[in-house]
Design a protein around this ligand. Structure first.
Ligand code: GAL
Length: 494
């Protein structure tokens, strides 16, 4: 910036000098010729002045452009610096991995039936994927035989396999859907909280969305993010009281927990709803221990607005924020929490208006806030978008689809999953774990986890909302991998 200003000052003073020098010469020349042609001096002066001022202003323009690009470059160099520092540790994970699976052939159509009924529209791949009996479905929900099993060890140890059944240390499938992770400095452990959906899936009425009765919020602990010990249901449902928010007939989704350093309490926020998703509220619970039990406090509509998919984010300075999809999921709202994290403050900003985004997952790198969201298509997967903001309260700009690799179908469906949380990896700034759910609407308890490496670095590749097309943010990239593990250097920080 300073160098650009000095270039600017130098250009300006040099041009000023030459300008006055040329003026002197021209004046001298004209004086001599004035003997014959008197009036021309004025014309030449004016012409010289206007062309010189044109040159000066052109140079000013050039200097400003140089200045602008030097700022952009500086920001980018800073990002690249982070990017390259960890490149060797994460190089493997930043390689583009194509996915070439062959879709099973469509069902054969009887030509006589076509004659009778006329041609039928071929079912969309996504509908086949959602149909439990289809071969495509089986491809993305491999059975227990391929389960990730931390008790087994062997060559597959520490490898994440997005979409496979993931067992806990007791050998049971992990039940922590729509979840999030808290790192607890006191116990030096990670805690994964999520919806326990280990019950039968049903529809309350033919048009209703598939559901599982509330069982509660599960918690799992781990030191290495791969081996998870079941800490039980830390916020159980209320099976008997039909008026309670947590009665089994209601909806409890997307629980997230943060630690309050002042009150020394673990505070859980969640989406609370009725079976028809008309209550559209947030719920709050607290505990003195990361493993519960959590006491349920209340639910409410933030600032009186509908709140469905939501998340909370704790900033470096201890302030915390609630993000929620509102107004029929057409927009998101962001609101700071009170100091005890048990409520919201009066401040609120509406962001991503008319964008129809949900499943927000917020994270931060070097003073910039980022967010991944999904579109609104219920349990069916859709295209993710990455967003960024200088201030957490906005404005938030949209960067584009963060998914890299796989194939087009994968990238347009967030690898057949929906965002829920983004976990920063300590010691590897710019490297995160993207956590998502691969929902199985016909058997929600069998929904899978898609964890993939997420990186921030390089220039964004799509025009932005508010920046007149100048990409000024770093790109957010989620890399597809069939199988991957955290870099070796990660161990040093656990
Ligand atoms: C999704 C939402 C999930 C769940 C589901 C119900 O859009 O992200 O958390 O609410 O709809 O259909």
């Amino acid at each position: 910036m300073i160098s650009s200003i000095s270039i600017f000052i130098w250009i300006k003073s040099t041009t000023d000098y030459y300008c006055s020098f040329l003026m002197k010469i021209s004046k001298g020349g004209t004086k001599m010729r004035n003997k014959q042609r008197k009036s021309s001096s004025l014309n030449f002066d004016a012409g010289c002045r206007s062309s010189l001022s044109f040159i000066v202003w052109s140079l000013v323009g050039v200097a400003l452009v140089v200045c602008f690009f030097s700022i952009v470059r500086q920001a980018d160099t800073r990002q690249n610096h982070i990017y390259f520092r960890h490149l060797s540790a994460t190089r493997e994970l930043e390689e583009i991995e194509e996915e070439h699976f062959r879709m099973p052939p469509p069902h054969k159509v009887n030509p006589r039936a076509v004659k009778r009924r006329g041609p039928r529209k071929a079912p969309k791949v996504i509908d086949q994927y959602l149909d439990e009996s289809s071969a495509i479905h089986a491809l993305f929900f491999p059975d227990e035989r391929t389960a990730v099993n931390p008790t087994k060890g062997g060559n597959d140890s520490m490898y994440f396999y997005p979409g496979r059944v993931w067992l806990d240390t007791d050998g049971h499938a992990i039940q922590a859907h729509g979840g999030g992770i808290l790192y607890d400095h006191i116990t030096a452990k990670y805690y994964w909280y999520g919806e326990n959906k280990d019950g039968p899936t049903y529809q309350a009425h033919p048009k209703a969305t598939h559901r599982v009765d509330i069982i509660g919020v599960s918690c799992y602990s781990s030191k290495d993010l791969w081996t998870w010990t079941n800490e039980g249901v830390v916020l159980p449902g209320e099976p008997n009281n039909a008026n309670h928010d947590l009665h089994k007939s209601k909806v409890l989704e997307r629980p997230k927990v943060i630690y309050n350093d002042r009150s020394r309490q673990y505070v859980m926020w969640m989406h609370i709803d009725d079976a028809n998703y008309t209550k559209a509220s947030v719920g709050v619970a607290v505990s003195n221990s990361p493993t519960g039990p959590f006491s349920y406090l209340y639910s409410f509509r933030p600032h009186g607005f509908e709140s469905r998919d939501m998340t909370i984010f704790k900033d470096d300075d201890g302030s915390a924020y609630l993000f929620y999809s509102s107004r029929d999921n057409t927009e998101l709202h962001v609101s700071p929490l009170t100091k005890d994290y048990l409520n919201i403050t009066v401040a609120m900003r509406r962001i991503l208006l008319r964008r129809h985004r949900e499943a927000p997952a917020v994270f931060k790198l070097q003073g910039t806030y980022y967010m991944i969201t999904s579109g609104c298509s219920g349990w069916a997967p859709n295209r993710a978008l990455a967003h960024a903001a200088e201030s957490i309260m906005g404005p938030w700009e949209t960067l584009g689809n963060p998914c890299v690799g796989g194939n087009r179908f994968f990238r347009l469906t967030t690898f057949l999953s929906q965002s829920t949380f983004v976990l920063p990896l300590p010691g590897l700034p710019g490297t995160f774990i993207f956590m998502a759910d691969r929902w199985n609407p016909s058997d929600l308890r069998d929904s899978r986890y898609v964890w993939l490496p997420l990186f921030i670095g390089g220039l964004a590749d799509e025009p932005l909302d508010y920046s007149f097309g100048f990409p000024s943010w770093s790109r957010v990239s989620i890399y597809w991998h069939r199988k991957w593990r955290l870099p070796e250097s990660w161990k040093r920080y656990t």
